[in-house]
Design a protein around this ligand. Structure first.
Ligand code: HPA
Length: 245
């Protein structure tokens, strides 16, 4: 099995199931990572862990140095990367607490450093993104979800929005017309950079609210945080199984 890294999102600034072995600040050509890269153990397996929002969730989605994060994980030996994602659910199949392993995405973000190919250091290349997620890792995640009795949706289109504000009802209606099932703020440029780096990348998404205009009333942080707590416990079980499989 190739080396596994986990990028933690909301609810995963730290990771109680993970035993920290060491932490390393890794120099990158793109500046600082969100936090030191943790070398840890999950069950009995070695994993790398990086909280995307930094210690104490201090970095908003549009200020994360995605390039440094992905570059550092590869430098630390990662070959497979799981990006955790707290998301809003758009379609009927994606009510709160649903787990999903997206198979495709649409990028609505803007103004983020989104490529290693900036025309200076690395020249220009155009990586294929027909299927943006690594199918082998998607299947491993789905098998783990089934094994620990946390069923997951095996197909979902993830819409990456700019944030940090939540969307308007009309924006979500547009995402729905575009075919999005889930909405989150950090899935891109993360998946694109992973592809540029040749990493096998997949996302484990968990629904913490109904997306704007698709549920009752407004979205509250209390609702999001209550659902997050339930999802975090389930996601840790899934990850522990993936790491040790
Ligand atoms: N929109 C965007 N990102 C999110 C949401 C949402 O409703 N919920 C959790 N992350």
């Amino acid at each position: 099995m190739t080396s596994l890294a986990i990028i933690g999102g909301s609810g995963f600034s730290d990771f109680p199931a993970l035993t920290v072995v060491s932490e390393a600040r890794i120099e990158t050509p793109f500046g600082e990572t969100s936090a030191p890269v943790v070398q840890g153990r999950l069950a009995d397996a070695a994993v790398l862990f990086l909280p995307r929002h930094g210690a104490g969730h201090r970095l908003p989605p549009h200020r994360i140095n995605y390039r440094a994060n992905l570059w550092a994980l590869r430098a630390a030996g990662a070959e497979r990367v799981i990006g955790l994602a707290a998301v809003g659910g758009i379609g009927e199949r994606f009510g709160p607490l649903t787990l999903a392993v997206p198979h495709d995405l649409i990028d609505y973000t803007h103004g983020r450093e989104h490529s290693l190919y900036d025309g200076e250091r690395s020249g220009v290349d155009h990586v294929d993104m027909t299927a943006p997620y690594c199918e082998e890792l998607r299947q491993a995640l789905l098998a783990a979800c089934a094994a620990v009795d946390c069923p997951a949706q095996a197909t979902a289109v993830y819409g990456a929005t700019q944030g940090p504000r939540l969307e308007t009802a009309a924006e979500i209606a547009r995402l729905r017309r575009d075919g999005c099932d889930l909405v989150g703020m950090t899935g891109m440029p993360e998946a694109g950079l992973a592809r540029e780096l040749g990493l096998c990348y997949a996302s484990l998404a968990f629904v913490v609210n109904r997306a704007a205009g698709t549920g009752e009333g407004v979205i509250t942080m209390d609702e999001i945080n209550a659902n997050l707590a339930t999802c975090v416990a389930r996601v840790q079980k899934v990850l522990t199984h993936v790491a040790s499989a």
